[in-house]
Design a protein around this ligand. Structure first.
Ligand code: ATP
Length: 140
């Protein structure tokens, strides 16, 4: 079934999430404050918007509360990541999935209501370790 997603922050991580959701046939609204980043995803998103995701009015005017899932893929700017996540939950978004870049960043995001927090480098490192071990078992 087709779902509606919004992805905020179109760095390497956010644009990859956006591209894959779109490829799987879902509707994706891609948002970034940087016009160039938005230009780069025109062909891999259903809708795009140039907006500051820490601006409550901007989020409201995008109708963000109507999206079942919103992905916060802002990493470096921890303050923006936290404020955006907080606003999304306050605006009533049901599922907010966010990316964190450290343990404490993750803890804050969880505390303010993020429904799922991922730490891509750590998570991928763990997955790779498991793959390495299972490959060795198969080789053996
Ligand atoms: P990558 O996924 O490439 O590792 P990153 O972790 O370095 O990204 P950032 O560079 O912090 O993440 O942010 C990713 C994107 O989020 C950037 O394109 C940036 O323009 C966008 N961004 C940051 N703050 C905001 C904001 N307040 N509103 C909208 N977009 C934002």
């Amino acid at each position: 079934m087709k779902k509606e997603f919004a992805v905020i922050g179109l760095g390497r991580f956010g644009s990859s999430v956006c591209k894959e959701l779109f490829r799987l046939g879902h509707d994706v609204l891609a948002i970034d404050q940087d016009e160039e980043k938005v230009q780069d995803v025109l062909t891999i998103a259903t809708h795009t918007a140039i907006a500051n995701a820490t601006d409550e009015k901007a989020l409201q005017s995008l109708g963000i509360r109507n999206f079942e899932y919103v992905v916060v893929a802002i990493g470096d700017d921890i303050q923006s990541s936290i404020l955006c996540t907080l606003l999304l939950k306050e605006l009533g978004v049901k599922k907010v999935w966010a990316k964190a870049q450290s343990y404490y960043h993750q803890r804050v995001l969880e505390k303010i209501g993020a429904d799922r927090v991922v730490r891509p480098e750590r998570d991928m490192g763990m997955r790779m370790a498991h793959h390495l071990v299972s490959e060795n078992i198969v080789d053996y």
